[in-house]
Design a protein around this ligand. Structure first.
Ligand SMILES: NC(=O)c1ccc[n+]([C@@H]2O[C@H](COP(=O)([O-])OP(=O)(O)OC[C@H]3O[C@@H](n4cnc5c(N)ncnc54)[C@H](OP(=O)(O)O)[C@@H]3O)[C@@H](O)[C@H]2O)c1
Length: 323
């Protein structure tokens, strides 16, 4: 499996990241173990989670995904064969949130305990914290790196302005730099990333690991009507794509998929993998068939005509202006 350097970091990752927010939500521990075994068994190494996953599921309190990954690591061994990315900063409980030095010192201990490991490969700021000086956060990350608890750091959901500011502070003050960015990015969500943020990532060689790469399953083509989304766990997230624009994107994916003897979701991921700014799109699966299907995307190399056809169907005015 061809690995890609994540930004300018020491991490080399396979071209698809497994999205761990299904663990403890739409995949129970037994299924999560099977999914992780299959993912690693197929030669992939990069797993993304967050301390807060899967807090939104009734009965959960956050930490369930890290706990399942930790149990799996303990059961299987081979900690050094996988690259574990997690995040902090989103509210875990009243007063437990943000990117202050004091909270970061607490949050990492809780994540390490749940993950049953003594280091995190990529520790990410889940979202910007405008109430904490950037220098304080970066300096606290520096302490965690010096203590051997963190290898590299990344940002998620940052604006171009704030990411640029953080990179400048890192360079000016000799502090660790964000090596990756996790934005929302898929064929039906191009506007947030393309433009200033993508330009900055290319210029600064930031590794991009976008989330909702399959638009919560819409780009697999399994949701084509309101009846298809009714009662589905991700239905409320998908409903907004059931319109002329979304169906136009699916039509292009269907056409290209037919040419490649592939499935629309595989083509959607292959398009992301081919994008020069992208390192390893994040996608999740809730069963082994889904996983096997999406991992095959790493074997598809789209030709220029396919990329152009998909581009033409998916570009919005904003993304067209920036390309
Ligand atoms: N940084 C952030 O703020 C942030 C926010 C959100 C997500 N994330 C990251 O991104 C990851 C991915 O998000 P996501 O899983 O919600 O979105 P996604 O990758 O866009 O959608 C994945 C979902 O699509 C369905 N699916 C996958 N493969 C399929 C196939 N072959 N055929 C049919 N359906 C298939 C499955 O759901 P069903 O079985 O339910 O249909 C699966 O859970 C998360 O786990 C997390 O790591 C980060």
């Amino acid at each position: 499996m061809q690995e890609r350097q994540l930004g300018q970091s020491s991490l080399h990752v396979t071209p698809i990241t497994f999205g761990g927010n299904v663990f403890g939500w739409t995949a129970d521990e037994a299924m999560s173990f099977r999914l992780l075994d299959a993912f690693v068994g197929a030669g992939f190494n990069f797993i993304d989670t967050a301390d807060a996953y899967s807090r939104w599921h009734p009965g959960n309190k956050g930490g369930e995904s890290e706990t399942i990954i930790g149990n799996w690591l303990k059961a299987r061994g081979g900690r050094d064969k996988v690259i574990i990315a997690t995040k902090l900063g989103i509210e875990m409980a009243p007063g437990k949130k943000g990117l202050s030095r004091a909270y970061m010192a607490q949050a990492i201990e809780a994540s390490l305990k749940r993950l049953r490991t003594d280091y995190i490969d990529l520790y990410q700021s889940h979202r910007d914290d405008p109430d904490t000086p950037i220098e304080e956060t970066l300096s606290a990350y520096g302490d965690l790196i010096r203590q051997g608890k963190v290898r590299e750091i990344g940002a998620s959901n940052f604006s171009a302005g704030r990411l640029g500011e953080a990179l400048k502070i890192s360079a000016d003050k000799g502090l660790p730099r964000y090596q990756s960015l996790q934005p929302q990015y898929s064929l039906v969500e191009r506007g947030e990333f393309e433009g200033a943020l993508e330009d900055l990532c290319l210029k600064e060689r930031i590794g991009v690991i976008g989330y909702y790469s399959l638009a919560s399953g819409f780009l697999t083509g399994k949701y084509r009507s309101k009846a298809d989304v009714a009662g589905r766990p991700r239905g409320s997230r998908v409903e907004k794509y059931l319109n002329g624009y979304g169906f136009g994107v699916l039509k292009a994916l269907d056409d290209v998929a037919a040419r490649y003897n592939a499935r629309p979701g595989q083509v959607a991921l292959a398009w992301l993998i081919a994008r020069p700014s992208v390192t390893a799109p994040i996608a999740s699966a809730t069963n082994l068939d889904q996983l096997a299907e999406l991992l095959k995307a790493a074997e598809i190399t789209l030709d220029a005509a396919a990329i152009q056809q998909i581009d033409a169907a998916s570009q919005t005015d904003a993304s067209r202006a920036s390309s």
